[in-house]
Design a protein around this ligand. Structure first.
Ligand SMILES: CC(=O)N[C@H](C=O)[C@@H](O)[C@H](O)[C@H](O)COP(=O)(O)O
Length: 223
């Protein structure tokens, strides 16, 4: 079954890592069901186990990825091999690092994307950090480009989404632009849509209760 990411979709990123009480495929499947009940049009998920658990409970399109290695480096589906299990588990698209940084296996981005297309038969979403990386990723064969890594490849990320990067990518690229990263409020969603986003991914603001709690605790005077 071919599931396509539709224009105007809110994608909910259901991810939890070690140290998060929700770190389990079962918990991520519940998150995905809750997201779908709330109107999400697609799910983004990490790792073959989570993707399989989510695939079992929803027919929504799943953007699959596989975080491997050091988060300071190329770690979102860094190699072709890391994409295989995620695709086999039922992901409809593969998200991968689309920055211009060297990849851990020495392959070029275009080589990784071509293999995913040819051997796994799924489209590729390139997570980029800049306009130049977006242009290069599209030239390398990415089907969609997302702003996921803006703010995470040098220095401390700003608080809000990178609306300007969405705008510039939408103006320069002939493929769908996905807005992702630090989108927390309806105003953020509207801003990235107005800037030309094809779809919007929200993670922590929906699926990370620790982060939501901490932000509200910080608002209590004297803390
Ligand atoms: C930078 C990085 O590793 N981003 C990851 C990509 O899959 C996830 O940890 C984010 O939660 C996701 O991009 C959604 O963003 P936010 O949780 O800010 O809405």
């Amino acid at each position: 079954m071919m599931r396509v990411l539709a224009h105007g979709t809110l994608v909910v990123s259901c991810q939890a890592g070690p140290g998060n009480p929700f770190y389990s495929p079962e918990a991520m499947a519940l998150m995905a069901r809750a997201a779908e009940a709330g109107g999400a049009g697609a799910i983004r998920a990490n790792g073959a186990l989570d993707v399989a658990a989510i695939r079992a409970v929803t027919d929504l399109p799943i953007i699959g990825l596989n975080k491997l290695g050091d988060p300071a480096g190329v770690f979102i589906t860094p190699t072709y091999d890391s994409a295989v299990g995620v695709a086999e588990a039922g992901a409809d698209l593969i998200a991968l690092d689309g920055t211009t940084r060297p990849r851990p296996d020495g392959q070029r981005l275009d080589q990784q994307i071509a293999r995913i297309h040819e051997e796994l038969g799924v489209p590729v979403l390139a997570d980029v950090d800049s306009v130049d990386a977006g242009l290069a990723a599209r030239a390398a064969g990415a089907d969609l480009v997302a702003t996921t890594l803006s703010g995470y490849t040098n220095g401390t990320p700003p608080t809000g989404p990178d609306v300007e990067l969405v705008r510039q990518l939408a103006a320069k690229l002939d493929c769908p632009i996905v807005a992702e990263g630090r989108i927390r409020t309806p105003a953020h969603v509207r801003a990235v849509c107005d800037a030309g986003a094809y779809a919007v991914v929200v993670g922590h603001a929906i699926t990370n209760p620790m982060d939501i709690t901490a932000r509200l605790v910080e608002a209590i005077p004297g803390t």
